[in-house]
Design a protein around this ligand. Structure first.
Ligand code: NAD
Length: 272
């Protein structure tokens, strides 16, 4: 599976250990990032949503990840147990990847104003934004005096109103603000916190959004490069931020979307 991607090999992560969350299958962004980190010598633990063992275990084994444990971020006991199992295996960690998001399908379509419920809003916020704060605190507590690096995954639906992204856009805006506050708190400890904002990619999460395919096609068509966002590009940006290459970068929101976020209108629209 790791060979699906052309991830540059090297030693940028040699001697570093960390946690990767959010691997659900071979299309997960977390999986692409994990493949790149493994190719650069990182040792990892995977914390996955309970019930995903059958899919996650073989992926983990294929890149030499030995620590694999369930973690439901809505359940404190589950998060406690997951972090304990990592502590037993690794005394300290150098990096943490947060790649977790969820909103009810009904909230990811049509009118934001009409379709957003209290329960759905809070659930999206809990899983997609609060879980980052909770995990960042626990991960930072496991990092050595020399510091560490934390990244989260967001999407431009936080900055602009994208059709159907709705509640998730609001949760991503909270997540991005949380990453800046965490960067401020943890900076003096040498811990860097950054958010990566890929363009639309074909994953399970995208399939949950009404018109997900259109998000892919529009993202490509409206991007500066007229190209899809590649897993290699996202994983490369993660490697930069998680390795010592990213030494002086923190509190940053890095778009990896083939230039989707910089565009005003297209040439077609200009002519109209
Ligand atoms: P994915 O479905 O593969 O990953 C989402 C992960 O969240 C899954 O592994 C799922 O098990 C996990 N998760 C959901 N609820 C959880 C819970 N209660 N406890 C623990 N884990 C839980 O899809 P993905 O696209 O790889 O998503 C990863 C991240 O990237 C998400 O934050 C997503 O919003 C973000 N992102 C995705 C895209 C895209 O187009 N696919 C674009 C930009 C950002």
């Amino acid at each position: 599976m790791a060979d699906d991607y052309q991830m540059p090999k090297g030693e940028l992560m040699a001697g570093k250990r960390g946690i990767v969350t959010g691997v659900a299958n071979h299309q997960s962004i977390a999986w692409g990032i994990a493949c790149q980190l493994a190719a650069q010598g990182a040792e990892m633990a995977f914390l996955h949503l309970p019930g995903m063992e059958r899919r996650v275990q073989p992926l983990a084994e294929s890149i030499g990840v030995k620590v694999v444990a369930p973690m439901d971020v809505t359940d404190d006991a589950s998060v406690d147990a997951a972090f304990s199992s990592v502590k037993q295996a690794f005394e300290t960690i150098d990096f943490f990847v947060h790649a977790i998001a969820f909103a009810n399908r009904d909230e990811l379509k049509g009118s934001f104003v009409d379709n957003t419920t209290r329960q759905g809003f809070l659930r999206a916020m809990d899983i997609s934004a609060f879980s980052f704060v909770d995990c960042a605190r626990r991960a930072a507590a496991m990092m050595p005096e020399t510091g560490g690096s934390i990244i989260t995954l967001t999407y431009m639906g936080s900055e602009r109103a994208i059709p159907n992204y709705n509640t998730m856009g609001v949760a991503k805006a909270a997540l991005e603000a949380a990453s800046r506050y965490a960067a401020r708190d943890l900076g003096p400890k040498g811990i860097r916190v950054n958010a990566l904002s890929p363009g639309a990619m074909k994953t399970l999460s995208l399939a949950g959004i009404s018109g997900g395919r259109a998000m892919l096609a529009k993202g490509r068509g409206l991007s500066a490069m007229k190209a899809d966002t590649s897993m290699e590009g996202v994983a490369g940006a993660a490697l930069w931020l998680l390795s010592d290459l990213g030494k002086s970068t923190t509190g940053e929101l890095v778009h990896v979307d083939a230039g989707f976020h910089i565009m005003g209108f297209t040439e077609d629209e200009e002519e109209a």
